[in-house]
Design a protein. Structure first.
Length: 111
């Protein structure tokens, strides 16, 4: 951790939920949420999945991983932007304030 303290996630709230920035590493040894990091001045969630980045497999694995991490139905989590990039915008449907609090709470547990 830097002297400036932990990095806060940059969440975008909308009418239908929250957009969560994620930096994904495919072909990892296991599926896991690693933590929060600064990426180009933005607080992003760092995640790893075992799936290969082909035919949408890594994106689908990421959606499942985030849904499980937040204990939400998989249908409420979707990669909205960055399908072919490591930096993704993941849309999470639901009440924006409640979803934001849930994400921030779970991210705080990561340390």
């Amino acid at each position: 951790m830097s002297a400036a303290g932990p990095v806060a996630l940059t969440l975008r709230r909308g009418r239908h939920g929250v957009t969560l920035p994620v930096r994904l590493t495919p072909k990892a040894s296991r599926d896991e949420i690693v933590g929060v990091e600064d990426y180009a001045g933005e607080g992003v969630l760092k995640a790893r999945v075992r799936a290969l980045p082909e035919a949408g497999r890594a994106n689908a694995a990421l959606e499942t991983l985030i849904a499980r991490w937040l204990k939400l139905p998989p249908s409420s989590v979707k990669v909205a932007r960055g399908t072919k990039s490591r930096l993704k915008q993941v849309a999470i449907e639901g009440d924006a304030e409640a979803v934001s609090r849930l994400i921030e709470s779970r991210a705080a547990e990561l340390g």
